[in-house]
Design a protein around this ligand. Structure first.
Ligand code: ZN
Length: 137
């Protein structure tokens, strides 16, 4: 059974509580729903240099690669949906860098919290139209 959008937001919110965000005080969590129904989460990991900070969506994407079932090297997982929750802001949309990384894995849609806390689903092509991706090479 596939997780509902609300369940994905719950998983993202839970991951945000693990965030390492001592500089911004802006904890964010992400939950990626994969084709096989697995959910992979991530949180933002900040750095004193600021520029090396990694967003929740990208830590989740890295974890997705590490934890994937064995397959041919270079095989590209497909993200069915990516839920993103910022504990201090709703909606919390992915930044430009994360949109590019989610696009690498053919993300279909992104789920954020609306102002009332309800899930809002956004088609990925709406977030990153005319994306540069693997098919561009
Ligand atoms: Zn980001």
């Amino acid at each position: 059974m596939t997780a509902s959008d609300a369940e994905l937001l719950d998983r993202a919110r839970a991951a945000a509580h693990s965030a390492y965000a001592p500089y911004s005080g802006f904890p964010v969590g992400a939950a990626l729903l994969l084709e096989d129904g697995r959910i992979v989460t991530g949180c933002n990991v900040e750095n004193a240099s600021y520029g090396l900070t990694i967003c929740a969506e990208r830590t989740a994407a890295g974890r997705m690669i590490v934890e994937r079932e064995s397959g041919p090297p270079g095989e590209r997982p497909h993200i069915v949906a990516a839920a993103v929750v910022g504990l201090k802001a709703a909606p919390c949309h992915p930044c430009g860098a994360c949109r590019q990384v989610l696009g690498e894995f053919s993300c279909d849609r992104v789920i954020v919290e609306g102002s009332s806390g309800d899930p809002v689903s956004i088609a990925f092509t709406e977030l990153l139209p005319h994306a540069f991706g693997p098919d561009s090479l």
